[in-house]
Ligand binder design. Sequence first.
Ligand code: AMP
Ligand code: MG
Length: 419
Amino acid sequence: MFQKFLDLKSIEQFWKIVEKKLGIKPNKKEMINFKESINSILAQDIKATENLPAFDRSTVDGYAVKSQDIQGVSQSLPTYLNLIGSIKMGEKADLEIEDGQAAYIPTGAMLPKGADCVVMVEQTENISDHMVEIYQTAGVGENIIKKGEEIKKGEVILKKGHRIRPRDMGIFAGLGITEFAVYKKSSVAIISTGDELVEPEEKMKFGEIRDINTYTISYLLSEINAEVTQVGIIEDTYEKLRSSIEKYLDYDLILVSGGSSAGLKDVTVDVINELGEPGVLVHGLKVKPGKPTILGKINNTPIMGLPGHPGSAWIIANKFVLPLVKLLSGQYDVNNVRKNINKEDIIQPAILSRNISSDKGREEIIPVLIEEKEGEKFAKPLLGKSSFMRIFIESDGYLEIEVAKEGIEKGQKVNVYLF
Ligand code: AMP
Ligand code: MG
């Protein structure tokens, strides 16, 4: 039976349907040790439980003094202070500086009571065990980092929804925050349909092609911490696809590559509609490449059908699947999906280096290469068929031609969305 594309949806409409009909609740939370948390999404704000630093520290090797004792000193008119001892690293400074006194202090050690600044050792002369010559002035607070100057106890340092990066480890380690709540990883199953497909390791017979989409898409999603199951290749039959999808209905998201179009062998729509309610929500997007895209829901499980052409599948995976997985994993707020997505786009303004035409009525996505000439950035469109993967390897990002436009002229300013 033929499933015609009856009602193509715009990008805007797609996300409205996700918001209204998919009923996404971000994944459950779990406690995690910070050492296992890299790339996880915070399910709570992280508040500082301590001040950082926890005490006033010296930022140089030198002498802790009262600034009033060294006012107006110079090379020709130094002052002499009584040396009352040394502060040790990693210990409480238990001496107190009085008028006319100084104590040696190494970088990072705790400032002793009474002192209000540190003079660098290079600007002093050690006269004896009991006396130091100082020939450089220092103001109150100089060469000191105050308790809580970097982070104050109680301050929110990382917000819920944040993805944990290597540098965040410094905050966890530095403040002793070792356990916190993150969202559980999203479980995603990817199924490739097509009688013509073979595994990358296999010898190909004439007419066969290797499965590409399983790999591009699963590793794209692994990068954002999803737990992806590569189901592998399934024949283009209703029964095979149905029984395969049924196995993954407890997953957070099912992806079906291929068979999403409107041909005789494209059974994905039927399978989704017959497996559960509400079934198919979107069949067909006003996006080029990527028209044969499906969004559906089988009872509680979101499912997407992706175009088989590797280039199209790659675009749809980047523009739709990736943000959807971010929603499921709590990285985005479900109520304002578009705003969330736009916020994360990395945009490079550039000048278009040749004319490009576009179909009116579909938003067109064109991979581009960024070239720099005489300090200006140019966007060179890489045109090819939607089956091409190579242009995506060579491109830096893509530009979008709005639905209503018929093209963009050479020399125009464009925004390039970087991959
Ligand atoms: P379909 O969307 O199933 O009509 O497939 C469109 C085109 O993409 C066909 O030429 C398929 O052979 C090809 N194709 C489908 N799935 C894959 C895949 N997983 N890897 C590479 N090419 C594919
Ligand atoms: Mg197919």
